[in-house]
Design a protein around this ligand. Structure first.
Ligand code: M6R
Length: 609
Protein backbone atom coordinates (compact mmCIF):
# COMPACT_ATOMS: atom_id res chain seq x y z
CA UNK A 1 0.00 0.00 0.00
CA UNK A 2 1.69 3.01 -1.30
CA UNK A 3 0.81 6.49 -2.41
CA UNK A 4 1.30 7.48 -6.03
CA UNK A 5 1.00 10.78 -7.83
CA UNK A 6 1.69 11.94 -11.35
CA UNK A 7 1.45 15.25 -13.18
CA UNK A 8 1.63 16.54 -16.75
CA UNK A 9 1.92 20.29 -16.84
CA UNK A 10 3.55 23.22 -18.55
CA UNK A 11 5.43 24.26 -15.42
CA UNK A 12 8.10 22.49 -13.34
CA UNK A 13 6.22 19.91 -11.37
CA UNK A 14 8.64 18.49 -8.74
CA UNK A 15 7.43 20.75 -5.90
CA UNK A 16 3.79 19.77 -6.45
CA UNK A 17 4.69 16.10 -6.53
CA UNK A 18 6.66 16.40 -3.29
CA UNK A 19 3.85 18.29 -1.60
CA UNK A 20 1.40 15.60 -2.71
CA UNK A 21 3.69 12.89 -1.35
CA UNK A 22 3.67 14.55 2.06
CA UNK A 23 -0.08 14.05 2.21
CA UNK A 24 0.13 10.50 0.82
CA UNK A 25 2.62 9.43 3.47
CA UNK A 26 -0.21 7.90 5.51
CA UNK A 27 -0.14 5.11 2.89
CA UNK A 28 3.45 4.15 3.65
CA UNK A 29 6.73 5.70 4.71
CA UNK A 30 9.49 3.14 4.07
CA UNK A 31 10.96 5.05 1.12
CA UNK A 32 9.96 7.69 -1.39
CA UNK A 33 10.99 8.70 -4.87
CA UNK A 34 10.15 10.77 -7.90
CA UNK A 35 11.13 11.19 -11.52
CA UNK A 36 10.59 14.25 -13.66
CA UNK A 37 11.14 14.67 -17.37
CA UNK A 38 11.26 17.82 -19.49
CA UNK A 39 9.92 18.33 -23.00
CA UNK A 40 13.22 17.22 -24.59
CA UNK A 41 13.04 13.90 -22.77
CA UNK A 42 15.75 14.70 -20.21
CA UNK A 43 14.80 12.89 -17.02
CA UNK A 44 15.95 12.97 -13.40
CA UNK A 45 15.12 10.41 -10.77
CA UNK A 46 15.63 10.81 -7.02
CA UNK A 47 14.91 8.16 -4.39
CA UNK A 48 15.49 8.01 -0.62
CA UNK A 49 14.96 5.49 2.14
CA UNK A 50 12.64 6.57 4.96
CA UNK A 51 10.01 9.26 5.21
CA UNK A 52 9.02 11.74 2.53
CA UNK A 53 10.89 14.45 4.39
CA UNK A 54 14.19 12.72 3.50
CA UNK A 55 13.25 13.02 -0.17
CA UNK A 56 12.20 16.65 0.25
CA UNK A 57 15.57 17.47 1.85
CA UNK A 58 17.47 15.58 -0.86
CA UNK A 59 15.44 17.41 -3.54
CA UNK A 60 16.76 20.74 -2.25
CA UNK A 61 20.23 19.74 -3.49
CA UNK A 62 19.13 18.11 -6.74
CA UNK A 63 18.20 19.44 -10.15
CA UNK A 64 14.65 18.33 -10.74
CA UNK A 65 13.44 20.19 -13.79
CA UNK A 66 10.58 18.86 -15.85
CA UNK A 67 6.92 19.42 -16.60
CA UNK A 68 5.92 15.76 -16.40
CA UNK A 69 6.60 13.55 -13.44
CA UNK A 70 5.61 10.64 -11.24
CA UNK A 71 6.25 10.09 -7.54
CA UNK A 72 5.71 7.44 -4.90
CA UNK A 73 5.78 6.83 -1.16
CA UNK A 74 6.27 3.18 -0.32
CA UNK A 75 5.13 0.62 2.20
CA UNK A 76 7.36 -2.33 1.45
CA UNK A 77 5.70 -5.52 0.26
CA UNK A 78 8.35 -7.14 -1.96
CA UNK A 79 11.89 -6.16 -1.09
CA UNK A 80 13.39 -4.37 1.90
CA UNK A 81 13.01 -0.62 2.44
CA UNK A 82 16.17 0.21 0.49
CA UNK A 83 16.84 2.81 -2.16
CA UNK A 84 17.12 0.17 -4.88
CA UNK A 85 13.57 -0.95 -4.08
CA UNK A 86 12.13 2.57 -3.98
CA UNK A 87 9.94 3.66 -6.90
CA UNK A 88 9.93 4.82 -9.69
CA UNK A 89 11.37 1.69 -11.30
CA UNK A 90 12.79 2.15 -14.76
CA UNK A 91 13.60 0.22 -17.89
CA UNK A 92 15.57 2.49 -20.25
CA UNK A 93 12.91 5.08 -21.27
CA UNK A 94 10.03 3.62 -19.20
CA UNK A 95 9.35 4.54 -15.55
CA UNK A 96 6.63 3.12 -13.32
CA UNK A 97 5.10 3.88 -9.91
CA UNK A 98 2.79 1.25 -8.52
CA UNK A 99 0.44 0.68 -5.58
CA UNK A 100 -0.59 -2.94 -5.15
CA UNK A 101 0.98 -6.33 -5.79
CA UNK A 102 1.80 -8.06 -9.09
CA UNK A 103 1.19 -11.61 -7.93
CA UNK A 104 2.77 -13.37 -10.95
CA UNK A 105 5.92 -11.26 -10.89
CA UNK A 106 8.26 -14.23 -10.42
CA UNK A 107 7.11 -15.86 -13.64
CA UNK A 108 7.29 -12.56 -15.52
CA UNK A 109 10.73 -11.81 -14.08
CA UNK A 110 12.07 -15.17 -15.27
CA UNK A 111 10.66 -14.59 -18.75
CA UNK A 112 12.13 -11.09 -18.88
CA UNK A 113 15.52 -12.29 -17.64
CA UNK A 114 15.53 -14.83 -20.45
CA UNK A 115 14.95 -11.92 -22.83
CA UNK A 116 18.07 -10.24 -21.46
CA UNK A 117 16.67 -7.80 -18.89
CA UNK A 118 18.65 -7.12 -15.72
CA UNK A 119 16.73 -6.48 -12.50
CA UNK A 120 18.01 -3.89 -10.06
CA UNK A 121 15.40 -4.34 -7.33
CA UNK A 122 13.64 -7.10 -5.41
CA UNK A 123 10.24 -5.58 -6.13
CA UNK A 124 7.29 -6.99 -8.03
CA UNK A 125 6.91 -3.61 -9.78
CA UNK A 126 10.10 -3.66 -11.82
CA UNK A 127 8.65 -6.36 -14.10
CA UNK A 128 6.07 -3.86 -15.31
CA UNK A 129 8.72 -1.39 -16.46
CA UNK A 130 10.60 -4.10 -18.37
CA UNK A 131 7.42 -5.60 -19.77
CA UNK A 132 6.30 -2.24 -21.17
CA UNK A 133 9.78 -1.68 -22.58
CA UNK A 134 9.81 -5.13 -24.23
CA UNK A 135 6.34 -4.73 -25.66
CA UNK A 136 7.21 -1.30 -27.01
CA UNK A 137 9.60 -2.97 -29.46
CA UNK A 138 6.50 -4.33 -31.22
CA UNK A 139 5.39 -0.78 -31.96
CA UNK A 140 2.38 1.31 -31.10
CA UNK A 141 1.74 4.25 -28.82
CA UNK A 142 2.48 4.02 -25.09
CA UNK A 143 -1.25 3.63 -24.51
CA UNK A 144 -1.65 0.65 -26.84
CA UNK A 145 1.52 -0.93 -25.49
CA UNK A 146 0.17 -0.72 -21.93
CA UNK A 147 -3.20 -2.07 -23.09
CA UNK A 148 -1.37 -5.07 -24.58
CA UNK A 149 0.56 -5.94 -21.40
CA UNK A 150 -2.38 -5.63 -18.98
CA UNK A 151 -3.69 -9.16 -19.62
CA UNK A 152 -0.27 -10.51 -18.54
CA UNK A 153 -0.57 -8.99 -15.05
CA UNK A 154 -2.24 -10.79 -12.13
CA UNK A 155 -2.87 -9.02 -8.85
CA UNK A 156 -3.85 -5.52 -7.87
CA UNK A 157 -2.49 -2.29 -9.18
CA UNK A 158 -2.91 1.39 -9.41
CA UNK A 159 -0.03 2.34 -11.72
CA UNK A 160 1.29 5.33 -13.53
CA UNK A 161 3.65 4.83 -16.46
CA UNK A 162 5.90 7.47 -17.97
CA UNK A 163 7.87 7.22 -21.21
CA UNK A 164 10.73 9.68 -21.55
CA UNK A 165 10.37 9.35 -25.35
CA UNK A 166 6.78 10.73 -25.07
CA UNK A 167 7.15 13.17 -22.18
CA UNK A 168 3.86 14.89 -22.87
CA UNK A 169 1.67 12.13 -21.38
CA UNK A 170 1.21 9.62 -18.61
CA UNK A 171 -0.71 6.36 -18.69
CA UNK A 172 -2.63 5.38 -15.55
CA UNK A 173 -4.15 1.96 -14.93
CA UNK A 174 -6.54 1.01 -12.15
CA UNK A 175 -7.23 -2.55 -11.06
CA UNK A 176 -7.96 -3.01 -7.38
CA UNK A 177 -6.17 0.11 -6.12
CA UNK A 178 -7.85 3.50 -6.29
CA UNK A 179 -6.73 6.20 -8.74
CA UNK A 180 -8.24 9.60 -9.26
CA UNK A 181 -7.55 12.11 -12.04
CA UNK A 182 -7.16 15.72 -10.93
CA UNK A 183 -8.27 18.17 -13.62
CA UNK A 184 -6.34 21.40 -13.78
CA UNK A 185 -5.97 24.28 -16.20
CA UNK A 186 -3.38 23.36 -18.83
CA UNK A 187 -2.27 20.58 -16.53
CA UNK A 188 -3.69 17.31 -15.25
CA UNK A 189 -2.81 14.95 -12.46
CA UNK A 190 -3.31 11.40 -11.29
CA UNK A 191 -3.23 10.37 -7.65
CA UNK A 192 -4.16 7.67 -5.13
CA UNK A 193 -6.12 10.13 -3.00
CA UNK A 194 -7.56 13.45 -4.24
CA UNK A 195 -6.80 15.15 -0.93
CA UNK A 196 -3.13 15.17 -1.95
CA UNK A 197 -3.96 17.54 -4.81
CA UNK A 198 -6.25 20.03 -3.09
CA UNK A 199 -3.66 22.77 -3.38
CA UNK A 200 -3.80 22.55 -7.19
CA UNK A 201 -7.34 21.46 -8.07
CA UNK A 202 -10.76 20.58 -6.68
CA UNK A 203 -12.06 18.89 -9.83
CA UNK A 204 -11.64 15.14 -9.91
CA UNK A 205 -12.56 12.10 -11.97
CA UNK A 206 -12.55 8.74 -10.17
CA UNK A 207 -11.30 5.93 -12.38
CA UNK A 208 -13.34 2.74 -12.24
CA UNK A 209 -12.05 -0.80 -11.96
CA UNK A 210 -10.23 -1.81 -15.15
CA UNK A 211 -9.95 1.74 -16.51
CA UNK A 212 -6.88 2.96 -18.38
CA UNK A 213 -6.36 6.69 -18.78
CA UNK A 214 -4.08 8.72 -21.00
CA UNK A 215 -3.36 12.04 -19.37
CA UNK A 216 -1.69 15.02 -20.95
CA UNK A 217 -1.68 18.71 -20.09
CA UNK A 218 -4.32 19.36 -22.75
CA UNK A 219 -6.62 16.36 -22.36
CA UNK A 220 -7.77 13.21 -20.65
CA UNK A 221 -8.86 10.06 -22.41
CA UNK A 222 -10.33 7.13 -20.46
CA UNK A 223 -10.89 3.58 -21.70
CA UNK A 224 -12.71 0.83 -19.83
CA UNK A 225 -11.42 -2.73 -19.42
CA UNK A 226 -12.67 -3.57 -22.93
CA UNK A 227 -10.75 -0.62 -24.37
CA UNK A 228 -13.93 1.34 -25.17
CA UNK A 229 -13.60 5.09 -24.74
CA UNK A 230 -15.76 6.09 -21.76
CA UNK A 231 -16.80 9.28 -20.00
CA UNK A 232 -16.46 9.25 -16.22
CA UNK A 233 -18.15 12.07 -14.42
CA UNK A 234 -16.15 14.93 -13.02
CA UNK A 235 -16.94 15.96 -9.46
CA UNK A 236 -15.98 19.02 -7.49
CA UNK A 237 -14.75 18.31 -3.96
CA UNK A 238 -15.72 20.93 -1.42
CA UNK A 239 -13.81 19.30 1.42
CA UNK A 240 -10.69 20.85 2.76
CA UNK A 241 -7.73 19.19 4.39
CA UNK A 242 -6.49 20.54 7.64
CA UNK A 243 -4.81 18.11 9.96
CA UNK A 244 -3.98 21.15 12.04
CA UNK A 245 -0.78 21.19 13.99
CA UNK A 246 -0.09 19.37 17.19
CA UNK A 247 -0.64 22.52 19.22
CA UNK A 248 0.35 21.92 22.84
CA UNK A 249 0.60 18.19 22.31
CA UNK A 250 3.80 16.28 21.63
CA UNK A 251 2.24 13.88 19.14
CA UNK A 252 -0.82 13.59 16.92
CA UNK A 253 -1.82 10.47 18.83
CA UNK A 254 -1.89 12.40 22.10
CA UNK A 255 -3.85 15.21 20.47
CA UNK A 256 -6.30 12.73 18.98
CA UNK A 257 -6.84 10.99 22.33
CA UNK A 258 -7.63 14.36 23.85
CA UNK A 259 -9.93 15.34 20.99
CA UNK A 260 -12.30 12.49 21.78
CA UNK A 261 -14.86 14.41 23.86
CA UNK A 262 -15.14 17.02 21.11
CA UNK A 263 -15.34 14.65 18.14
CA UNK A 264 -17.91 12.57 19.98
CA UNK A 265 -20.03 15.69 20.38
CA UNK A 266 -19.62 16.31 16.62
CA UNK A 267 -20.47 12.72 15.77
CA UNK A 268 -23.56 12.60 17.96
CA UNK A 269 -24.80 16.08 17.24
CA UNK A 270 -28.05 16.16 15.25
CA UNK A 271 -28.45 12.41 15.57
CA UNK A 272 -31.04 12.44 18.34
CA UNK A 273 -33.91 14.55 19.53
CA UNK A 274 -36.05 14.07 22.66
CA UNK A 275 -34.28 10.82 23.50
CA UNK A 276 -35.02 9.40 20.06
CA UNK A 277 -32.54 8.71 17.29
CA UNK A 278 -32.72 10.86 14.16
CA UNK A 279 -30.63 9.91 11.16
CA UNK A 280 -30.90 12.50 8.43
CA UNK A 281 -28.69 10.32 6.19
CA UNK A 282 -31.46 7.72 6.00
CA UNK A 283 -34.56 8.06 3.84
CA UNK A 284 -37.83 6.09 3.75
CA UNK A 285 -36.22 3.46 1.57
CA UNK A 286 -33.43 2.96 4.08
CA UNK A 287 -35.89 2.67 6.93
CA UNK A 288 -38.04 0.13 5.13
CA UNK A 289 -34.88 -1.89 4.42
CA UNK A 290 -33.82 -1.67 8.08
CA UNK A 291 -37.24 -2.96 9.14
CA UNK A 292 -36.66 -6.12 7.12
CA UNK A 293 -33.26 -6.83 8.67
CA UNK A 294 -33.06 -10.11 10.59
CA UNK A 295 -29.32 -10.49 10.83
CA UNK A 296 -26.24 -8.29 10.73
CA UNK A 297 -22.89 -9.22 9.25
CA UNK A 298 -20.07 -6.87 10.19
CA UNK A 299 -16.75 -6.96 8.35
CA UNK A 300 -13.67 -4.85 9.13
CA UNK A 301 -9.95 -4.94 9.93
CA UNK A 302 -7.79 -4.05 12.92
CA UNK A 303 -9.21 -1.49 15.29
CA UNK A 304 -12.39 -1.22 13.21
CA UNK A 305 -12.85 -4.98 13.61
CA UNK A 306 -12.65 -4.53 17.38
CA UNK A 307 -15.42 -1.92 17.15
CA UNK A 308 -17.45 -4.50 15.25
CA UNK A 309 -16.83 -7.05 18.00
CA UNK A 310 -18.20 -4.67 20.61
CA UNK A 311 -21.21 -3.98 18.40
CA UNK A 312 -21.99 -7.70 18.21
CA UNK A 313 -22.53 -7.76 21.97
CA UNK A 314 -24.73 -4.68 21.70
CA UNK A 315 -26.83 -5.84 18.72
CA UNK A 316 -27.58 -9.17 20.35
CA UNK A 317 -28.13 -8.05 23.96
CA UNK A 318 -29.84 -4.69 23.35
CA UNK A 319 -31.62 -5.09 20.01
CA UNK A 320 -32.12 -8.84 20.05
CA UNK A 321 -30.59 -8.83 16.58
CA UNK A 322 -28.35 -11.76 15.57
CA UNK A 323 -24.96 -10.44 14.55
CA UNK A 324 -21.71 -11.92 13.26
CA UNK A 325 -18.38 -10.15 12.91
CA UNK A 326 -15.51 -11.20 10.73
CA UNK A 327 -12.07 -9.95 9.78
CA UNK A 328 -12.30 -8.78 6.16
CA UNK A 329 -9.24 -10.71 4.95
CA UNK A 330 -10.85 -13.93 6.19
CA UNK A 331 -14.36 -13.15 5.01
CA UNK A 332 -13.29 -12.44 1.43
CA UNK A 333 -11.61 -15.80 0.92
CA UNK A 334 -14.09 -18.25 2.38
CA UNK A 335 -17.50 -19.44 1.36
CA UNK A 336 -19.86 -18.09 3.98
CA UNK A 337 -23.55 -18.75 4.47
CA UNK A 338 -25.61 -15.60 4.11
CA UNK A 339 -28.40 -15.46 6.70
CA UNK A 340 -31.89 -14.51 5.66
CA UNK A 341 -32.42 -10.74 5.37
CA UNK A 342 -28.88 -9.95 6.42
CA UNK A 343 -27.47 -6.43 6.37
CA UNK A 344 -23.79 -6.16 5.44
CA UNK A 345 -21.96 -3.54 7.52
CA UNK A 346 -18.38 -2.44 6.89
CA UNK A 347 -16.44 -0.35 9.40
CA UNK A 348 -13.40 1.66 8.40
CA UNK A 349 -11.69 4.87 9.37
CA UNK A 350 -10.10 5.43 5.96
CA UNK A 351 -12.66 3.76 3.72
CA UNK A 352 -9.73 2.55 1.58
CA UNK A 353 -8.68 -0.62 3.40
CA UNK A 354 -8.16 -3.13 0.57
CA UNK A 355 -9.56 -6.19 2.36
CA UNK A 356 -12.64 -4.35 3.63
CA UNK A 357 -13.34 -2.98 0.16
CA UNK A 358 -12.88 -6.40 -1.40
CA UNK A 359 -15.29 -7.91 1.15
CA UNK A 360 -17.87 -5.22 0.33
CA UNK A 361 -17.52 -5.91 -3.41
CA UNK A 362 -17.88 -9.63 -2.80
CA UNK A 363 -20.96 -9.13 -0.63
CA UNK A 364 -22.82 -7.55 -3.54
CA UNK A 365 -23.17 -10.91 -5.28
CA UNK A 366 -23.98 -12.94 -2.20
CA UNK A 367 -27.58 -11.94 -1.55
CA UNK A 368 -27.34 -9.46 1.32
CA UNK A 369 -30.26 -7.08 1.80
CA UNK A 370 -27.94 -4.14 1.36
CA UNK A 371 -24.64 -2.63 2.48
CA UNK A 372 -24.04 0.04 5.09
CA UNK A 373 -20.63 1.57 5.74
CA UNK A 374 -19.58 3.42 8.87
CA UNK A 375 -16.61 5.49 7.85
CA UNK A 376 -14.62 8.63 8.61
CA UNK A 377 -13.70 9.80 5.08
CA UNK A 378 -16.61 11.01 2.99
CA UNK A 379 -14.75 10.84 -0.34
CA UNK A 380 -13.57 7.27 0.24
CA UNK A 381 -14.17 4.25 -2.00
CA UNK A 382 -16.11 2.52 0.79
CA UNK A 383 -18.64 5.33 1.00
CA UNK A 384 -19.00 5.55 -2.76
CA UNK A 385 -19.53 1.83 -3.15
CA UNK A 386 -21.91 1.19 -0.22
CA UNK A 387 -25.69 1.41 -0.52
CA UNK A 388 -25.84 3.80 2.40
CA UNK A 389 -23.48 5.16 5.02
CA UNK A 390 -23.15 6.77 8.40
CA UNK A 391 -20.20 9.08 8.84
CA UNK A 392 -18.11 9.22 11.96
CA UNK A 393 -17.09 12.81 12.45
CA UNK A 394 -13.73 12.24 14.06
CA UNK A 395 -11.93 14.71 11.80
CA UNK A 396 -8.64 13.79 10.19
CA UNK A 397 -6.79 11.13 12.15
CA UNK A 398 -3.07 11.44 11.53
CA UNK A 399 -1.58 9.07 14.11
CA UNK A 400 -1.25 5.56 12.71
CA UNK A 401 -2.74 4.20 15.92
CA UNK A 402 -6.50 4.63 15.66
CA UNK A 403 -7.98 6.33 18.70
CA UNK A 404 -10.75 8.85 18.05
CA UNK A 405 -11.93 6.92 14.99
CA UNK A 406 -12.57 3.90 17.26
CA UNK A 407 -14.63 5.73 19.87
CA UNK A 408 -16.65 7.56 17.22
CA UNK A 409 -17.30 4.28 15.40
CA UNK A 410 -18.61 2.84 18.67
CA UNK A 411 -20.85 5.87 19.20
CA UNK A 412 -22.34 5.54 15.69
CA UNK A 413 -22.80 1.80 16.17
CA UNK A 414 -24.63 2.43 19.42
CA UNK A 415 -26.92 4.89 17.65
CA UNK A 416 -27.61 2.23 15.03
CA UNK A 417 -28.31 -0.39 17.71
CA UNK A 418 -30.79 2.04 19.28
CA UNK A 419 -32.53 2.67 15.96
CA UNK A 420 -32.71 -0.97 14.96
CA UNK A 421 -33.97 -1.92 18.41
CA UNK A 422 -36.88 0.52 18.14
CA UNK A 423 -37.64 -0.37 14.51
CA UNK A 424 -37.78 -4.05 15.35
CA UNK A 425 -39.16 -3.89 18.89
CA UNK A 426 -42.42 -2.85 20.40
CA UNK A 427 -41.13 -0.04 22.60
CA UNK A 428 -38.50 2.63 22.38
CA UNK A 429 -37.15 1.85 25.87
CA UNK A 430 -33.71 0.70 24.71
CA UNK A 431 -33.47 3.60 22.27
CA UNK A 432 -34.18 6.09 25.06
CA UNK A 433 -31.70 4.46 27.44
CA UNK A 434 -28.97 4.53 24.81
CA UNK A 435 -29.64 8.12 23.77
CA UNK A 436 -29.71 9.31 27.39
CA UNK A 437 -26.42 7.56 28.06
CA UNK A 438 -24.78 8.95 24.90
CA UNK A 439 -25.59 12.47 25.99
CA UNK A 440 -23.21 12.17 28.94
CA UNK A 441 -20.51 10.26 27.01
CA UNK A 442 -18.23 13.21 26.17
CA UNK A 443 -18.27 14.28 29.84
CA UNK A 444 -17.40 10.74 30.98
CA UNK A 445 -14.38 10.73 28.68
CA UNK A 446 -13.28 14.14 29.99
CA UNK A 447 -13.30 12.62 33.47
CA UNK A 448 -11.19 9.66 32.38
CA UNK A 449 -8.64 11.97 30.79
CA UNK A 450 -8.07 13.41 34.27
CA UNK A 451 -6.21 10.18 35.09
CA UNK A 452 -3.50 11.13 32.61
CA UNK A 453 -0.83 11.76 35.28
CA UNK A 454 -1.51 8.55 37.17
CA UNK A 455 -1.38 6.55 33.95
CA UNK A 456 1.84 8.21 32.79
CA UNK A 457 3.46 7.23 36.11
CA UNK A 458 2.30 3.64 35.80
CA UNK A 459 3.72 3.50 32.29
CA UNK A 460 7.21 3.70 33.82
CA UNK A 461 6.77 0.14 35.11
CA UNK A 462 6.49 -1.10 31.53
CA UNK A 463 9.60 0.46 30.02
CA UNK A 464 11.67 -2.73 30.34
CA UNK A 465 8.90 -5.27 29.79
CA UNK A 466 8.75 -7.45 26.71
CA UNK A 467 5.26 -8.86 27.11
CA UNK A 468 1.86 -7.90 28.48
CA UNK A 469 -1.50 -9.59 28.84
CA UNK A 470 -4.84 -7.82 28.56
CA UNK A 471 -7.99 -9.33 30.07
CA UNK A 472 -11.67 -8.50 29.78
CA UNK A 473 -15.03 -10.22 29.70
CA UNK A 474 -18.15 -9.54 27.64
CA UNK A 475 -18.03 -6.21 25.79
CA UNK A 476 -14.70 -5.55 27.48
CA UNK A 477 -13.02 -8.49 25.77
CA UNK A 478 -12.77 -6.57 22.46
CA UNK A 479 -11.58 -3.57 24.49
CA UNK A 480 -8.80 -5.75 25.91
CA UNK A 481 -7.96 -6.73 22.31
CA UNK A 482 -7.89 -3.11 21.23
CA UNK A 483 -5.72 -2.19 24.25
CA UNK A 484 -3.26 -4.94 23.31
CA UNK A 485 -3.20 -3.79 19.67
CA UNK A 486 -2.45 -0.20 20.74
CA UNK A 487 0.41 -1.34 22.97
CA UNK A 488 2.07 -3.60 20.42
CA UNK A 489 1.81 -1.26 17.45
CA UNK A 490 3.36 1.80 19.04
CA UNK A 491 5.60 0.44 21.82
CA UNK A 492 6.63 -2.81 20.08
CA UNK A 493 5.89 -4.73 23.30
CA UNK A 494 4.35 -8.10 22.59
CA UNK A 495 0.81 -7.96 23.95
CA UNK A 496 -2.03 -10.44 23.85
CA UNK A 497 -5.63 -10.19 24.90
CA UNK A 498 -7.75 -12.93 26.37
CA UNK A 499 -11.33 -13.31 27.37
CA UNK A 500 -10.57 -13.63 31.10
CA UNK A 501 -12.43 -16.94 31.38
CA UNK A 502 -9.96 -18.48 28.90
CA UNK A 503 -6.93 -17.89 31.13
CA UNK A 504 -7.03 -21.26 32.79
CA UNK A 505 -7.08 -22.98 29.40
CA UNK A 506 -3.48 -22.14 28.68
CA UNK A 507 -2.29 -18.56 29.09
CA UNK A 508 -2.12 -18.84 32.89
CA UNK A 509 1.16 -20.67 32.32
CA UNK A 510 2.67 -17.33 31.25
CA UNK A 511 2.03 -15.62 34.55
CA UNK A 512 4.99 -14.73 36.77
CA UNK A 513 6.19 -11.60 38.51
CA UNK A 514 7.54 -10.26 35.20
CA UNK A 515 4.23 -10.40 33.37
CA UNK A 516 2.06 -7.26 33.56
CA UNK A 517 -1.62 -8.15 33.34
CA UNK A 518 -3.95 -5.31 32.43
CA UNK A 519 -7.57 -5.93 33.39
CA UNK A 520 -10.58 -3.97 32.16
CA UNK A 521 -12.96 -4.38 35.08
CA UNK A 522 -15.98 -2.08 35.14
CA UNK A 523 -18.75 -2.59 37.66
CA UNK A 524 -21.18 -4.80 35.75
CA UNK A 525 -22.80 -8.21 35.91
CA UNK A 526 -19.53 -9.93 34.98
CA UNK A 527 -17.38 -8.30 37.64
CA UNK A 528 -17.64 -11.17 40.13
CA UNK A 529 -16.57 -13.66 37.49
CA UNK A 530 -13.71 -11.39 36.49
CA UNK A 531 -12.61 -11.06 40.13
CA UNK A 532 -12.12 -14.84 40.27
CA UNK A 533 -9.91 -14.63 37.17
CA UNK A 534 -7.96 -11.80 38.78
CA UNK A 535 -7.40 -13.97 41.87
CA UNK A 536 -6.04 -16.71 39.64
CA UNK A 537 -3.43 -14.27 38.36
CA UNK A 538 -2.70 -12.86 41.79
CA UNK A 539 -2.16 -16.33 43.28
CA UNK A 540 0.57 -16.89 40.71
CA UNK A 541 2.41 -13.67 41.41
CA UNK A 542 1.23 -11.73 38.31
CA UNK A 543 1.59 -7.97 38.24
CA UNK A 544 -1.95 -6.56 37.99
CA UNK A 545 -3.15 -3.22 36.57
CA UNK A 546 -6.89 -2.98 37.12
CA UNK A 547 -8.97 -0.31 35.39
CA UNK A 548 -12.20 -0.14 37.39
CA UNK A 549 -14.95 1.99 38.86
CA UNK A 550 -15.45 -0.53 41.64
CA UNK A 551 -12.41 0.27 43.75
CA UNK A 552 -13.82 -1.35 46.87
CA UNK A 553 -13.91 -4.70 45.06
CA UNK A 554 -10.12 -4.91 45.06
CA UNK A 555 -7.91 -4.94 48.11
CA UNK A 556 -4.58 -3.30 47.49
CA UNK A 557 -1.29 -5.16 47.70
CA UNK A 558 2.16 -4.60 46.28
CA UNK A 559 1.43 -6.34 43.01
CA UNK A 560 -1.95 -4.69 42.32
CA UNK A 561 -2.32 -1.23 40.81
CA UNK A 562 -5.84 0.19 40.71
CA UNK A 563 -6.70 2.87 38.17
CA UNK A 564 -9.98 4.39 39.36
CA UNK A 565 -12.47 5.34 36.67
CA UNK A 566 -15.82 7.17 36.95
CA UNK A 567 -19.23 5.58 37.40
CA UNK A 568 -20.92 5.47 34.02
CA UNK A 569 -23.92 3.76 32.41
CA UNK A 570 -23.01 0.14 31.60
CA UNK A 571 -23.75 0.64 27.91
CA UNK A 572 -20.97 3.25 27.65
CA UNK A 573 -18.31 1.13 29.32
CA UNK A 574 -16.52 -0.09 26.18
CA UNK A 575 -16.27 3.44 24.75
CA UNK A 576 -14.98 4.91 27.99
CA UNK A 577 -12.61 2.13 29.07
CA UNK A 578 -10.54 2.16 25.89
CA UNK A 579 -9.41 5.73 26.59
CA UNK A 580 -7.13 4.94 29.59
CA UNK A 581 -5.66 2.04 27.60
CA UNK A 582 -4.87 4.43 24.74
CA UNK A 583 -3.13 6.73 27.23
CA UNK A 584 -1.21 3.84 28.78
CA UNK A 585 0.12 2.72 25.39
CA UNK A 586 0.95 6.29 24.49
CA UNK A 587 3.05 6.86 27.62
CA UNK A 588 4.77 3.48 27.39
CA UNK A 589 5.74 4.18 23.76
CA UNK A 590 6.87 7.66 24.73
CA UNK A 591 9.23 6.24 27.31
CA UNK A 592 10.57 3.66 24.91
CA UNK A 593 11.28 6.43 22.41
CA UNK A 594 9.46 4.92 19.43
CA UNK A 595 8.22 6.93 16.47
CA UNK A 596 4.73 6.70 17.86
CA UNK A 597 2.79 8.65 15.24
CA UNK A 598 4.46 6.60 12.49
CA UNK A 599 5.45 3.29 14.06
CA UNK A 600 7.85 1.05 12.17
CA UNK A 601 6.56 -1.25 9.42
CA UNK A 602 3.03 0.21 9.43
CA UNK A 603 0.95 2.66 7.44
CA UNK A 604 -2.19 4.57 8.29
CA UNK A 605 -4.18 3.21 5.41
CA UNK A 606 -3.70 -0.38 4.31
CA UNK A 607 -4.46 -0.33 0.61
CA UNK A 608 -2.95 -3.69 -0.28
CA UNK A 609 -4.19 -7.04 0.90
O1 M6R B 1 -9.03 2.53 7.92
P1 M6R B 1 -9.50 1.28 8.56
O2 M6R B 1 -10.29 1.50 9.81
O3 M6R B 1 -10.20 0.34 7.62
O4 M6R B 1 -8.16 0.54 9.00
C1 M6R B 1 -8.17 -0.76 9.49
C2 M6R B 1 -6.89 -1.03 10.25
O5 M6R B 1 -5.79 -0.97 9.41
C3 M6R B 1 -6.70 -0.03 11.39
O6 M6R B 1 -7.81 -0.02 12.21
C4 M6R B 1 -5.46 -0.38 12.22
O7 M6R B 1 -5.61 -1.61 12.84
C5 M6R B 1 -5.25 0.71 13.25
N1 M6R B 1 -4.66 1.86 12.66
C6 M6R B 1 -4.48 0.27 14.43
O8 M6R B 1 -4.44 1.30 15.38
Amino acid sequence: MCGIIGAVSQRDIAKILLEGLRYLEYRGYDSAGLMVVNSTGKANRLRCVGKVNNLVCAAEHAVLLGETGIAHTRWATHGKPEESNAHPHISTNIAVVHNGIIENYELLRDQLRNRGYTFFSETDTEVVAHLVHWEQQRGGSLLTVVQRIIPDLCGTYGMVILDTYSPDRLIAVRSGSPLVIGCGIDENFIVSDPMALLSVTRRFIYLEEGDIAQISSYGIEIMDRCNNIVQRCEIELDTHYDAGNKGLYSHYMQKEIYEQPLVLINTLSGRYNNSLVELSEFNDQTYSLLKQVEHIQIVACGTSYHAGMVARYWFESLANMPCDVEIASEFRYRRSVVRKNSLFITLSQSGETADTLAALRLSKNLGYLGSLSICNVSSSSLIRESDFSLMTKAGIEVGVASTKSFTTQLAVLLILVAKISSLKGTTSKVEKEIVNALQILPGCIEEVLLQDKLISKLAQNFSNKNHALFLGRGEQYPIAMEGALKLKEISYIHAEAYAAGELKHGPLALIDSEMPVIVVAPQNSLLDKLKSNIEEVRARGGLLYIFTNSISSFSGSHNIHIIPLPHIPVVLEPIVYIVPLQLLSYYIALMRGTDLDKPRNLAKSVTVE
